[in-house]
Structure formats: structure tokens, C-alpha cells
Design a protein around this ligand. Structure first.
Ligand code: PMP
Length: 451
């Protein structure tokens, strides 16, 4: 079977000065150059058609060509092409209220442009909050190994994936990492729930060992996505929330991937009953990728520490483009469509009846585990079920390449941990038709059965 780069030959073009597009594994490979998108599909310049089984970078939640979103952006740009949020405008005011309503408690939102910035903003808010509420020693952040929280230095310091960090370390002081709730390769033993609760216990141990007076916040995705679709027991999330509360450690929920319907709830944390994070960060699905927008929603009781009149305690943080009027108008329309079209219920239903068919692959010798929540699915690939040895990079590339040759783009946790980049990731647009999902399932199934 051909490698991914060989598959690309002849259907792509050279992109010599475009650094972003340099092929990750083979700089000489020709590139796919997209020309047009339609629903869950795109066509490249050579006329090949692909189903985008990873929604771009897990962001194209409503698929291409939502005319209402395009119109909302155009209309807003005509009326007010740009305006800074050192003052304000209606799209941002309305969106902040809508986010608070969706989160189910009173939140204030600070807008930026991306998931990385949303997390950077959260880290600065957390440090300043503890500083001006009598706990200046609380500066440390805890995140989990395998988590991805962004590319900028603070967010990268919270990102605990060795392959993404080694050439940029040391990160920012004060970022600690802890074992994730990864029951498939548990170091604890026991059933998945017991294993996950022990992973939560490690967090409490870490807070105690570090000194609770030094720990500022814990940041987590409800479901580790880019790090290999790791889905914990909901009791893990509930236990983490309890521990955070006990030690005045703020809980930052990174909903950059899981927000806005992807998991079959509007937000991933809603799967864990009773959990209400102190801070929720979001981007991607907030606008379905139509325009860049990041958001950091902060519980109002935390916000109180920043607004006492006459005190020099405001948040010294400005984002020129953050909360751009057109991006906020797009987000409002995006949310309106998600609600009107019952997208969350759709994901829950078709996640079971269509995408869920990929669970049948568990019978295959090379499939160690199938993990799924809504339209987020991971296949952990191994050489054999007993040893659980991760399938090697060449074979993983073969699978991704063979799907592409058949017109399906899928992902994998390409740069996570040395020797453990063995999870196939599927996360199609939430508006994919039933036929699209059938094609996706059939293609992945047949490619894996033929490796
Ligand atoms: N958090 C998570 C969970 C992500 O997956 C990502 C991006 N893949 C980010 C943060 C960073 O988002 P961005 O690329 O928009 O900076």
C-alpha cells in the first residue's frame, strides 16, 4: 500500500513559501489545496472530492455553506466593520449573555481570537484573581499528560504532550502535569471507574504535596480530544470538581473542542451532573470556524474581584481583534442554528445509530479500544490485543492515507507522545448527512480490515 505522501503525489501542488502547509512528516510532499466546500465535503484544485471526517481542525461544526452565517457576517461588516472592546458593541454584549445562559450560571466573558488565547486569558485571570483576593502565593496550574491546550507558550506549558514541547522547553514556570484518566493503559488497575477515581486522587495528592497555598487552578478538557480521545468516567470529573472546591483551586474547563454540540451536549462538562466550572474556555465550534473567535467565560463571583470601584484591580489585558463584531455576529447565528435545528439531539442520536457502528471494529485484532462521545470518536490501534503495543507510525500513516485515497479525511494524534501516536480520530461536522456518515463508517471499516 502507498504511503500518505505517495498518495498525495499527482493530486497536489507545491506550496514553497507557505510555512503552515509544510507537510508534517515529509516536507517534499505535494499539498492538497482546497478550492470549494459544500456541507461536510470539500473539493481540491485537482477536482478530488473529500468528506472532511475531522471538521477541519474539529471546528467546522455546521459544515460549509451556511448562507445565514455568511449573511450575518456581511451585514455586520457593512454596519460596523471593526470596533474594539475597550468600549463595546451589541453583537459582543448579546453573545456574552447568550454564553452565560448556555453555561447555566452567571458568567462574564472575555473575548479573544482562538483557543490558545482563551486559555492564556484564563491563566492571567486566575493569577490576578488569587493575587487580589489574599492568596498571592497561588500561582501553579495543573493539567493532565496527553492534554492539548494550545500553541502559545502559556497554553503550551499546560499542554503535556512531549513531542509538542521538547524543542520549546522550558515552558513557563508553575505548570505541573498529572496522570490522565486513561483506563485503557491504567497504571492503577481495577475497572475503568476505579482507575479514573485513582487518577483524580493523584490530583489531590499533588495539591497536598505542592502545598495548597501555591496551587491556582486545574485545567482540563472534559474529554481529552487531540491527545487521543480519552473519555473518563463522569465520576472522575465530579471528583475533580470537588477537590478543586476543597482547596480553592479554580477549575478551568477547556471546551474548545467539546463545546457547541460535538459531544451530544451543548458543552462537554454537562455530561457530569452537578459540575459547574469556575472558568470555561471556548473557540472552534463557537463560530463553526467561519471566523476566528475565542472566549473565556468566568463565574461572576470571580469577576467581582476585578471590579471594586476605586481600586486598581482591573484586568490589564487587551485584544485588538478579540470579540470582533463580525465574529460575534457569526457566533450568535451559529448558536441560533444549533438550537433551531436541534443539532445537539441529532449528534446524540446519529452518534449512536450511525457513527457508533465503528464499535464493531473492536473485533479486529489491531483495534484495542473504541472510545466515543457524540461525534468524537477514537480508535486506539495496537499490534495485538494482548500486548497493547501501539501500532507503528508507518501503519498509522497507511490507514490515514488509504482513507484519503478513498475520499475521506480522518485524523490521528500525530504528535502526542513518542511511540504512542496510535489513535485514529473521527469527528465529522455535526450536520453530516446520514449518507455521509455511512460512507465514513464503511470507509474506515474497510480500510482497517484491509491493513
Ligand atoms: N484547546 C484544545 C482542547 C484544542 O484542541 C485546541 C486546538 N486544537 C486549543 C485549545 C487551541 O486552539 P487554537 O488552535 O484555536 O489556538
Amino acid at each position: 500500500m502507498k504511503t500518505e505522501s505517495e498518495m498525495n503525489t499527482g493530486v497536489g501542488v507545491e506550496t514553497p513559501r507557505l510555512w503552515n502547509a509544510m507537510h508534517r512528516f515529509n516536507p517534499d510532499a505535494l499539498q492538497t489545496v482546497a478550492a470549494k466546500g459544500e456541507g461536510a465535503w470539500f473539493t481540491d484544485e485537482a477536482g478530488n472530492k473529500y468528506l472532511d471526517g475531522v471538521s477541519g481542525l474539529w471546528c467546522l461544526n455546521l459544515g460549509h455553506g451556511q448562507q445565514e452565517i455568511v449573511d450575518a457576517a456581511a451585514e455586520q461588516m457593512k454596519n460596523l466593520s471593526y470596533f474594539p472592546l475597550t468600549m463595546s458593541h451589541q453583537p459582543a454584549i448579546k453573545l456574552a449573555s447568550k454564553i452565560s445562559e448556555l453555561l447555566g450560571a452567571d458568567y462574564q466573558t472575555f473575548f479573544s481570537n482562538s483557543g490558545s488565547e482563551a486559555n492564556e486569558t484564563a491563566f492571567k485571570i486566575v493569577r490576578q484573581y488569587h493575587n487580589q483576593t489574599g492568596n498571592p502565593g497561588k500561582f501553579k496550574f495543573i493539567s493532565r499528560y496527553r492534554a492539548y491546550h494550545g500553541s502559545t507558550l502559556g497554553a503550551l506549558s499546560a499542554t503535556a504532550q512531549a513531542n509538542r514541547r521538547v524543542k520549546y522547553d522550558p515552558g513557563i514556570p508553575g505548570f505541573l502535569h498529572v496522570y490522565p484518566p486513561y483506563s485503557y493503559r491504567s497504571i492503577f488497575g481495577g475497572d475503568p471507574e476505579e482507575s479514573d477515581l485513582k487518577a483524580a486522587q493523584l490530583v489531590e495528592e499533588m495539591i497536598n504535596w505542592e502545598g495548597e497555598e501555591t496551587v491556582a487552578a486545574f485545567i482540563m478538557e472534559p474529554f481529552i480530544s487531540g491527545g487521543g480521545v480519552i473519555i473518563p468516567s463522569m465520576k472522575y470529573i465530579q471528583r475533580i470538581a470537588e477537590i478543586c472546591k476543597r482547596y480553592n483551586v479554580l477549575l478551568i474547563m477547556d471546551e474548545v473542542v467539546s463545546g457547541y454540540g460535538r459531544t451530544g451536549e451543548m458543552f462537554g462538562f454537562k455530561h457530569a451532573e452537578g459540575v459547574q466550572p469556575d472558568i470555561v474556555t471556548m473557540a472552534k465550534g463557537l463560530t463553526s470556524g467561519y471566523l476566528p473567535l475565542g472566549a473565556t467565560a468566568v463565574k461572576s463571583d470571580i469577576y467581582e474581584a476585578f471590579k471594586e470601584a476605586g481600586k486598581d484591580n482591573h484586568f490589564r489585558h487587551v485584544s485588538t481583534y478579540g470579540g470582533h463584531p463580525a465574529a460575534c455576529a457569526v457566533a450568535l447565528k451559529n448558536i441560533e442554528i444549533i438550537e433551531r435545528e436541534n443539532i445537539v439531539e441529532r449528534v446524540r442520536e446519529l452518534g449512536k445509530t450511525k457513527l457508533g457502528k465503528l464499535h464493531d471494529l473492536i473485533n479486529h485484532e489491531n483495534v484495542g479500544e473504541v472510545r466515543q462521545v457524540g461525534f468524537l470518536l477514537g480508535l486506539e490501534m495496537v499490534t495485538d490485543k494482548d500486548s497493547k503495543r501501539p501500532l507503528d507510525d508507518a501503519k498509522m500513516n497507511e490507514i490515514v492515507g488509504a482513507c484519503k485515497a478513498r475520499g475521506l479525511i480522518i485524523g490521528r494524534n500525530g504528535d502526542t507522545v513518542p511511540g504512542q501516536n496510535n489513535v485514529i480520530i473521527v469527528a465529522p461536522p455535526l450536520t453530516s448527512t446520514e449518507e455521509d456518515l455511512d460512507f465514513l463508517v464503511e470507509t474506515v471499516d474497510s480500510v482497517i480490515r484491509n491493513i
